[in-house]
Design a protein around this ligand. Structure first.
Ligand code: ADP
Ligand code: MG
Length: 338
């Protein structure tokens, strides 16, 4: 007799999940997705592509028009938010300014009918868990951004969720704090061993955080993979352009993506095959020099760019207006689906 392999259920599985609001095209259009337990998943895409709607349907703050949502194999599509095993962390943490850290956390337990003594005890435990125990009596204004985030995390953990949902939690922070906070989120996710589903429109943020990145466009999923897989081999023109750092080049075999740091530049007339081009821009950016180019080769490609390491540029500088030859290694050209 052969053994049936037991597939560990996904933390979250979406099956043909669709949301239609009263008017217009579907905001979320039949998406299928499996999110591995204990992983950090980022939903990434431009504004309006359906990220928040997807997250709100998982949370139970929005009904699904069609399709199913499974949490660890359990169908939660029709359950009220409080019975799903998910918790939500909102933008800028949404702490009550007039309540102490302890009371902020205890408040969510009160909403769940936990008795007073019990909720103080549990709130203190939760704050201890995120290393905020000693600051339990402080109000949000007396805490740093990082400390506020930890209070918000403790509050979200109060309901013992299996999956934590985060909708652009960092986007209202200044850039310096944002980078610090994302490192901390990542650390907590690993320490707690929970599944995080984090919505962001920032490629950089998603790449820094995600085990799995889900790139969305117009209510659909364009590509799913680890950040390196998606960045190194975008499967569609949309993903190549949205991720940045790629040129989309028309070739006889169709469109390909070539990373800007993999586009080779040589003086015109040199042996290399490839596209002819003209330098339109030279930007010094520290460790590298970014060349803006107008390609005039086979497909009449228009604007492309090349990133040259500073030393390479220094050994053979190019000037605006100069004619060049552009080429790339075959394995650096990723065919794009039409
Ligand atoms: P994202 O979070 O990726 O920016 P959303 O999920 O908020 O995108 O929105 C997806 C689409 O659904 C957009 O076109 C938006 O205008 C529309 N939408 C979002 N919420 C509502 C709503 N409550 N009623 C009607 N349309 C909505
Ligand atoms: Mg949104």
């Amino acid at each position: 007799m052969s053994e049936t392999p037991i597939r560990k259920p996904a933390a979250i599985e979406l099956v043909a999940l669709t949301k239609r609001y009263a008017s217009g095209a579907a905001a979320v259009d039949g998406i299928d997705l499996r999110i591995a337990p204990g992983s950090y998943c980022c939903l990434l895409g431009p504004s309006g592509c359906g990220k928040s709607t997807t997250l709100r349907m998982i949370a139970g703050h929005e009904t699904a028009s069609e399709g199913d949502i499974l949490l660890e194999g359990r169908n939660i599509t029709g359950l009220p938010a409080a019975e799903r095993g998910t918790a939500m962390m909102f933008q800028s943490f949404a702490l009550f300014p007039h309540l102490s850290a302890l009371d902020n956390v205890a408040f969510s337990l009160r909403m769940r009918g936990v008795a007073k003594d019990e909720r103080i005890l549990r709130a203190q435990e939760l704050l201890d868990r995120v290393a905020m125990g000693p600051l339990a009596e402080r109000k949000p204004a007396e805490l740093s951004g990082g400390q506020q985030q930890r209070v918000a995390l403790a509050r979200a953990l109060a309901t013992q969720p299996r999956v934590l949902l985060l909708d652009e939690p960092l986007s209202a922070l200044d850039p310096f704090l944002r980078v610090q906070m994302r490192a901390e989120l990542r650390r907590w996710q690993k320490d707690l061993g929970l599944t995080f589903v984090h919505v962001t429109h920032s490629q950089e943020e998603a790449m820094a955080l995600a085990d799995t990145m889900v790139v969305m466009n117009r209510g659909r999923i364009e590509q799913v993979g680890a950040p390196r897989e998606v960045y190194n081999a975008p499967s569609t023109e949309f993903v190549a352009r949205f991720m940045g750092g790629h040129n989309v080049i028309e070739t006889a075999a169709g469109k390909v993506a070539v990373r800007t740091d993999q586009l080779q530049v040589a003086p015109a007339g040199s042996a290399a095959a490839g596209l002819a081009g003209t330098v339109t821009d030279v930007e010094y950016q520290g460790t590298y020099v970014l060349l803006g180019l107008h390609a005039t080769g086979a497909g009449g490609n228009g604007a492309v760019s090349a990133m040259l390491p500073e030393a390479v540029f220094a050994s053979r500088p190019y000037a605006t207006g100069e004619s060049v030859q552009l080429s790339w290694a075959a394995r650096q050209a990723h065919p794009l689906a039409a």
